[in-house]
Ligand binder design. Structure first.
Ligand SMILES: C[S@@+](CC[C@H](N)C(=O)[O-])C[C@H]1O[C@@H](n2cnc3c(N)ncnc32)[C@H](O)[C@@H]1O
Length: 231
């Protein structure tokens, strides 16, 4: 679970200029139209807010396992003139009227229906298990892998998945390796990798305990990876 300390850390970090620029870039890559847009681990709501203003979906949903994040998202959206409702469940949401929902959900044990969204974003992910997690080291690659499998099922076939890791160390060789690896792994899961862009940015760099370390000649930053669910 996200601790109060981690929550405060992210609340501040998400407002700095580098992160705000990154959110703008990410938003530009969200498909402009669709029925349902979903931001998994929406944090303070920065992506959701921009998606609402710049795209045209019938329903916008942000989920997070932290109640503090959900509440902050709601305030953040409200300050931008967007009224978001905290939903009890996502099963019977009418798609007739454009609206924005926030939903308390652990992606490792998710209640989001399968084939739910036309586009899903998963930005600056740091996945904690809600159960048996007592400290900051309780997020790791295994959780991220499980989160992927959970998220993939929630994208409808033909829909888009945007993944933005922020603990990236990049070099031309590493970019090629990452691309080849992702292509192979995601292909087995039914996702077709479309684009993988690296943005150099030392500010947008996770200071988590298990962040990728910078090797010689490597630059820090984030990637915006776009994929389509094909089966
Ligand atoms: C580094 S923040 C990024 C937030 C947001 N995506 C952004 O870009 O501003 C990671 C977020 O993931 C959420 N989170 C962590 N573990 C989660 C889980 N198991 N299920 C859902 N959300 C989770 C945290 O509460 C936090 O809001």
């Amino acid at each position: 679970m996200y601790s109060q300390e981690r929550f405060e850390w992210w609340k501040e970090k998400s407002l700095d200029k580098s992160h705000q620029d990154a959110y703008n870039k990410i938003t530009q890559r969200i498909p402009p139209n669709g029925k349902i847009f979903l931001d998994v681990g929406c944090g303070t709501g920065e992506v959701l807010k921009r998606a609402c203003k710049n795209t045209n979906y019938s329903l916008y949903v942000g989920t997070d396992s932290s109640e503090s994040m959900i509440n902050t998202s709601r305030e953040n959206l409200k300050n931008s003139g967007i009224e978001a409702k905290v939903a009890i469940n996502l099963k019977r949401q009418s798609q007739n009227k454009r609206k924005v929902l926030l939903f308390h959900d652990d992606i490792l044990n998710s209640e989001i229906p399968y084939n739910f969204a036309d586009a899903i974003t998963f930005v600056f992910p740091e996945v904690y298990a809600s159960v048996n997690a007592t400290d900051e080291t309780s997020h790791n690659e295994i959780h991220l892998g499980h989160a992927f499998l959970s998220i993939f099922k929630r994208v409808r076939v033909g829909g888009t998945f945007l993944f933005v890791p922020y603990d990236v160390a990049s070099s031309p060789e590493r970019e090629k390796r990452v691309l080849d690896n992702l292509k192979e792994i995601w292909d087995e899961d039914g996702l077709n990798l479309e684009t993988c862009e690296f943005f150099e940015n030392p500010e947008v760099w996770a200071d988590a305990a298990d962040s990728t370390k910078l090797g010689e000649g490597e630059t820090p930053g984030y990637r915006i990876i776009k994929a389509t669910r094909i089966k």
